[in-house]
Every structure is written in structure tokens, then in C-alpha cells.
Ligand binder design. Structure first.
Ligand code: ADP
Ligand code: MG
Length: 471
């Protein structure tokens, strides 16, 4: 209950004093947790003509207060500073900005300022970037034996997110089999049917990067609160959280909050939960709460159906003989089926070539030899460490022993050379090191390669082993 009398005047009170009086009232009306999360970070910064200016640490903070505590703050302010009192807010920053920008603004003037009576009606920026790619829909997802269960569950979830037994929904399977497509299609379908739902899609790598940025900027609470406020959280490639204990811990808490409040959680992984070695057991047990559905490589009929549909979408006419040739020779990966068609399309449109069986055979051969795009940082690290007889987990911790440092630097170097991962992502795989460490590792290895012929041979042998393992 709000009890303070309204004998205060903004002329006689400092902003700090007014805000303190507001806080007294607010404290009596909210839980201690809400008080310290949402109200303590607010700073009074000025007071003029019956207007109290307060600084909020971010847009998300503002949105939360606007949604949940607007009337409480209004009443508190009127009690603390009189009926005429108004509030002007200043939003300093938010954690979604580039880290450089965030730092740059911290000691400067606030970046956003909006004048209005009390809280403005219009949002300062559109906050929820769901990152869904609209091209992934149920319509263009071909059903087959291999994805039947996953597809059916995805449909049910999109009708009733959070309201089915499939929560969390855990989709797993090999690379290029349609996990990302399917889980994004759920998000897109929900957006279509229930446009008010707050949906976020992101890969676990992005999640980790955002989490670490938030820690650096002292915004970990805000980070958590942001994800906890979602109706649907879609996290792709959860295997990237392996060995990232701190990120897993925050994810665990977000998971619990969402699950308890009936919000939908959708996850994908390259392995079944039980095979996620290095993932917190508590998380693994929670992954079992809902439905786990695997996606298997498509059978022959599904491959033909996918090829026909995609050829049609690309606007290229292909004979049955050629479709059958591709479906017989590319068997394990839908991305490769698609890649083959794109190669044919390029030949037809850029080189004005006809699609002959010869041309198709060449494209299929090229796809098989370019399989190294599937090489991942983990397998690089595993093989490099085996080769140098170094324990794999040592390269992720702080050990500075010479042979461990060499294995770490070589793994980083090869990850840069053989994968498309960014320096930041590579650094994260090695115990959360930053990109400058990766740059340093690469230049050290470059120097060694120039100086030492036998080292070069070692590197070539490791590289061959990796490519063999991934072919
Ligand atoms: P994953 O996430 O399992 O590695 P993706 O979802 O990225 O695989 O799928 C790879 C490509 O194959 C994408 O372009 C996707 O649209 C396509 N694809 C996968 N499964 C299907 C399917 N069942 N029907 C149509 N296209 C598919
Ligand atoms: Mg994917």
C-alpha cells in the first residue's frame, strides 16, 4: 500500500531525495528481488519544473518497468513529490549494442533521451529482434520417414506453444538434415498465427557471445531477464554450450523460469542429450522432460521429393534421370543436395551450359571433395591434441605448459584455416579466450612454419588426419 503524504515539493527537494522517497514506497509494494533488480539500478539525475529525471540502464529495463510497474511508480512519485510531479527518463544503453559502443558511452552523456509526461507511449527502439529467417517455413519443409516425428511435433507446438507435452522440444541429428529449418519454421508459424508472442531465435554461439558481453558490461542480470521475458526461446546447436560452464549455468536458470511459466523452449543439437558430454547433468535431465526427436538422413523417395521441389523453386528443369543420379549419389545431407542444384543453376545461368549427366557427375564429385566445410573446431582440437599427446581439456584451461600452449595455438590456427568460424567463436572454444589471443596464436604458428620445415610437415600430417576424419 502507498501511504506517504504528498507534502513534498520538487522545488525544495533534491532529485536524490525525491527518488529515495519513491523507493521507500516502491519497496513496500514489490518483492525484494524485483526491488533490487528493477529499482535499485535507476539513478536520479536531475530535477526541474516538477520533472524528475531518472536514468535507466537499458531499453529492456524501461520496457519491463513500463509493462509491470508503471502505475506503481506514478503513484510513488505523486506521493513523494506532489500531484504535479512528472517523470522524464533517460535510457543510457543496452547490452545488445556493439561492445565497443557500449563501453564508449558508459562514461559519456546518455545516448537516448525522451521527454514526455511520465512514460512515453512509443517504444524508443524495437527491442525484440527475433532473428528468424522467413525463408524457413513448414510449407517448404518436405516430410519424409527421417523427419516424421520431429515435423509432427513441430506442427503441434506451433499451434499451442508452451501448451503441449513437448516442452522442451529437443531436435537432434547430423549436419544439413533440416534442424535449423524446422525449428525456425516453428517460430515463423507462431509469428503468423500468434503475432503478439515474443519469440527469439539464436544459435548457442551467439547466446554465449552475448552472455560474455553482458558479463563484461556488468549486465548479466539484464541478459537473463531479457531471455526470461520471452514466450518462445529457440536455441540452435546447443552442443556449442559444451564446456562453457558459466553460460550453461545462466541458461539453466533461464530454462527453469521459462519452463515454470509455461513458455516454450525449442532446442537443436547434433547429438542426443545423453551424448552431450561436458553438458551439465541438470540440463541434460531437463532436456528429457519434453520430447526428443531425431532427424535421420532422408530416404531415396524423400531425396527425390526435395530435389524436385528445390529444382522447381530455382526454376530449373531437370530430367528424372538426372534427379535419380543425384539422389543416388548424395545420400547423407540435404544441404549437399541443395548445393548440387545451386552448382547446376550457376552453370546454366552464368555459363549458359545445358544440364547434362556429365555436368551433374562433375558437380557431385566436387561436392564430395568439398566436404571439409563440415570440419568443426572440436574435431580439429581432438585430432591435434591426440597427435601431440596432450590432454584435450588442458587446451581449454589456463595451463601454460609449453606443449599445451603449442597444441592450443595449432588448434586455433587450423580452426581459422579449415572452418568458417570467426576469431571470436574460435576463442570461445578454447576456454573463452578473446579474439586477440587467436590472432596471436596464428602469427606464432606462421612464424614457426617459416622457420622450421619439420614443423610444417607435422602441420600437414595433422591437417590430413582432420580432413580424413571429416570426409
Ligand atoms: P541443419 O541445421 O540440420 O544442419 P539445415 O536446417 O540448415 O540443417 O538444412 C540445410 C538445408 O537443407 C537448408 O537449406 C534447408 O532449407 C534444407 N532442408 C533441410 N531439410 C529439408 C526438408 N525436409 N525439406 C526441404 N528442405 C530442407
Ligand atoms: Mg543448423
Amino acid at each position: 500500500m502507498i501511504t506517504l503524504d504528498s507534502s513534498y515539493s520538487t522545488q525544495t527537494l533534491t532529485p536524490e531525495r525525491i527518488w529515495l522517497n519513491c523507493l521507500k514506497i516502491i519497496k513496500e509494494n514489490v518483492s525484494p528481488m524485483a526491488y533490487s533488480t528493477w529499482f535499485l539500478p535507476i539513478k536520479p539525475v536531475g530535477c526541474q519544473n516538477n520533472i524528475l529525471m531518472v536514468e535507466l540502464p537499458g531499453n529492456f529495463h524501461w520496457e519491463w518497468i513500463e509493462e509491470h510497474y508503471k502505475s506503481l511508480i506514478t503513484k510513488a512519485l505523486k506521493s513523494a513529490a506532489g500531484d504535479e510531479a512528472k517523470l522524464e527518463y533517460v535510457v543510457v544503453n543496452d547490452f545488445e549494442q556493439e561492445p565497443e559502443k557500449t563501453k564508449a558511452h558508459q562514461s559519456q552523456q546518455p545516448v537516448k533521451k525522451q521527454e514526455n509526461s511520465f512514460f512515453p507511449q512509443q517504444k524508443p527502439v524495437e527491442k525484440i529482434k527475433n532473428s528468424l529467417n522467413p525463408k524457413y517455413t513448414f510449407d517448404n519443409f518436405i516430410k519424409g520417414e527421417g523427419n516424421q516425428l520431429a515435423r509432427a511435433a513441430a506442427g503441434a507446438i506451433s499451434e499451442n506453444p508452451g501448451g503441449t507435452a513437448f516442452n522442451p522440444f529437443f531436435v537432434y541429428g547430423g549436419v544439413g538434415l533440416g534442424k535449423t529449418h524446422l525449428i525456425q519454421a516453428i517460430g515463423n508459424e507462431i509469428l503468423l498465427k500468434l503475432p503478439g508472442k515474443k519469440i527469439i531465435y539464436l544459435s548457442s554461439d551467439q547466446f554465449t557471445v552475448e552472455f560474455l558481453d553482458s558479463i563484461q558490461n556488468n549486465k548479466a542480470n539484464e541478459f537473463s531477464a531479457y531471455y526470461r521475458a520471452m514466450d518462445v526461446l529457440i536455441l540452435d546447436d546447443i552442443q556449442f554450450l559444451i564446456h562453457k560452464e558459466k553460460t550453461q549455468e545462466y541458461f539453466f536458470n533461464i530454462f527453469n523460469t521459462l519452463h515454470q511459466s509455461g513458455k516454450q523452449i525449442i532446442l537443436s543439437s547434433d547429438k542426443a542429450p545423453k551424448d552431450l558430454k561436458g553438458m551439465d547433468e541438470r540440463l541434460i535431465s531437463r532436456f528429457h522432460w519434453g520430447l526428443q526427436a531425431d532427424i535421420q538422413p532422408p530416404d531415396y523417395e524423400t531425396r527425390i521429393a526435395i530435389l524436385s521441389k528445390k529444382a522447381n523453386d530455382f526454376g530449373i528443369a531437370i530430367s528424372n534421370e538426372i534427379l535419380e543420379y543425384i539422389a543416388t549419389n548424395i545420400t547423407s545431407n540435404i544441404r549437399e543436395l541443395e548445393g548440387c542444384l545451386i552448382k547446376l543453376l550457376a552453370n546454366v545461368s552464368l555459363n549458359s551450359k545445358e544440364i547434362t549427366l556429365e555436368l551433374v557427375k562433375k558437380s557431385v564429385r566436387e561436392i564430395s571433395t568439398s566436404k571439409k566445410i563440415n570440419i568443426g573446431i572440436d574435431i580439429i582440437t581432438k585430432i591435434t591434441c591426440e597427435f601431440l599427446s596432450v590432454e584435450e581439456n588442458k587446451v581449454r584451461d589456463k595451463t601454460r605448459k609449453q606443449e599445451v600452449v603449442l597444441a592450443r595455438q595449432l588448434s586455433m590456427y587450423l580452426s581459422k584455416e579449415l572452418t568458417k568460424s570467426s576469431l571470436k567463436t574460435i576463442g570461445l572454444h578454447f576456454g573463452g579466450r578473446d579474439h586477440s589471443t587467436v590472432i596471436h596464436a596464428c602469427s606464432t604458428i606462421d612464424l614457426l612454419l617459416q622457420k622450421d620445415k619439420s614443423f610444417k610437415e607435422t602441420l600437414v600430417s595433422i591437417k590430413n588426419k582432420i580432413e580424413l576424419a571429416c570426409s
